[in-house]
Ligand binder design. Structure first.
Ligand code: GLA
Length: 395
């Protein structure tokens, strides 16, 4: 599937960079956007519900197919070259970003798709390691690039393309993420949030009302704990399911448990596991309530649900951090802010706020005023509209 779209100045620059580095003209630009999750955190790997939007920051893979099996890559931001062969994959411990492309190529070939080599120039403006899914953006843009270079654009699309990109991250890169980030990067839509049922992979576009503007606060705080704690939370959820099965034998994931059921069988769970489960079960309910509130244009209610989500992530799931709490507090204190919460895995990275259009500057001012005093870190604030998902520009 290829969408024709205007070539913006960023793409024009990348085309001339490609010519400069590879000596000839590229044929396509594959684009994978980053994302911000409005609500539904740590629910995707519990078969639950999420409500992310794709943002207007993306990774672009500018390419030209080669007649052989060589993939030559130049990364503009890293100012680094890489190369691999499609018939022999070896993880590169020094050039970690290449592993994303290799992983994607490996998964596509495992799916029976015959790929061809290509020259690619990669450039992105999704802040890295900030919880805005720059990895998923790179995977999804790379997958689109490999498919278009091999003239197999329609061989893998939609949820199946997202699953392939997730598999590359899980099995090749070695990060045990859920499906949300790749899914929204593939299937996002302008001015819409995407409600995703992470069990069935059914999805539904929910308009972001024109009275709502999305503001992102980047704590710029390190996320060093994120990987180990993420895996620990996953296994605590699995423990919760295993223990609850004694009373609820039909459940296979926390998605199947309601709040009244959890309360009724609370005695089966150690206190810590109970709190982890309470976050997931209540968060799933908040996603459904948020979709209803967005449809009813009740943005104050959306704001309250976002605040409740943050409190639950902070107190029950314990994936917030002093920096994230300070960011959420600063954003929420600004007039015109409906609500704010940490977004993504947590431990650092970004918070997201929903605000009245026109209140973005007040939120940024509040953040720059109070956040550095608490953390000694200079943050960044971005506004973003919901954007389209992955696409390919034919040059
Ligand atoms: C990371 C993962 C996602 C999801 C979130 C938490 O972004 O990649 O799959 O689990 O954390 O909601």
């Amino acid at each position: 599937m290829q969408n024709q779209e205007q070539i913006d100045s960023r793409t024009e620059t990348l085309i001339s960079e490609f010519k400069h580095y590879f000596g000839n003209a590229p044929t396509h630009v594959a684009i994978g956007p980053g994302r911000v999750n409005l609500i539904g955190e740590h629910t995707d790997y519990n078969d639950g519900f999420v409500l992310p939007v794709a943002i207007k920051r993306d990774v672009r893979v500018v390419l030209r197919a080669r007649p052989d099996k060589t993939v030559r890559i130049y990364s503009l931001e890293y100012d680094a070259w890489g190369e691999f062969q499609l018939d022999s994959f070896q993880r590169d411990p020094n050039l970690l970003w290449i592993n994303y492309l290799m992983g994607v190529a490996w998964v596509l070939q495992e799916a029976g798709i015959e790929l061809t080599g290509m020259d690619v120039l990669i450039s992105g403006n999704v802040p890295r390691a900030s919880g805005l899914s720059s990895s998923a953006a790179l995977e999804v843009a790379s997958a689109k690039a490999f498919l278009v270079a091999a003239r197999q654009d329609d061989a893998l699309t939609g949820p199946m393309l997202a699953k392939a990109a997730q598999r590359a991250e899980n099995e090749f890169v070695g990060v045990n993420c859920g499906i949300m980030d790749q899914f929204i990067s593939v299937l996002g839509a302008e001015d819409h949030a995407l409600f995703i049922d992470c069990r069935s992979l059914h999805y539904d576009l929910t308009p972001v009302p024109v009275e709502a503007s999305i503001v992102i606060g980047n704590t710029k705080a390190s996320r060093s704990l994120a990987g180990s704690a993420y895996n620990e939370r996953r296994s605590q959820c699995e423990q919760g399911v295993a223990l609850l099965k004694a009373a609820l034998p039909e459940i296979t994931a926390l998605r199947d448990v309601s709040s009244p059921q959890l309360e009724a069988h609370r005695g089966l769970l150690p206190p810590l596991i109970y709190r982890r489960c309470r976050h997931v079960v209540s968060e799933n309910e908040r996603v459904l309530q948020t979709v209803a509130a967005l449809k009813a244009n009740d943005l104050n209610q959306v704001g309250r649900l976002m605040a409740a989500s943050h409190a639950s992530l902070r107190d029950d799931y314990e994936v917030s951090s002093p920096a994230l709490d300070a960011m959420v507090e600063a954003m929420s204190s600004a007039s015109g802010c409906y609500g704010a919460r940490l977004t993504g895995a947590g431990f650092g990275g970004c918070a997201v706020a929903l605000a009245q259009p026109g209140a973005e500057q007040a939120i940024a001012d509040a953040v720059f005023e109070s956040y550095p005093k608490v953390t000694n870190i200079w943050p960044e604030v971005y506004t973003s509209q919901a954007s389209d998902g992955a696409r390919v520009i034919v040059l």
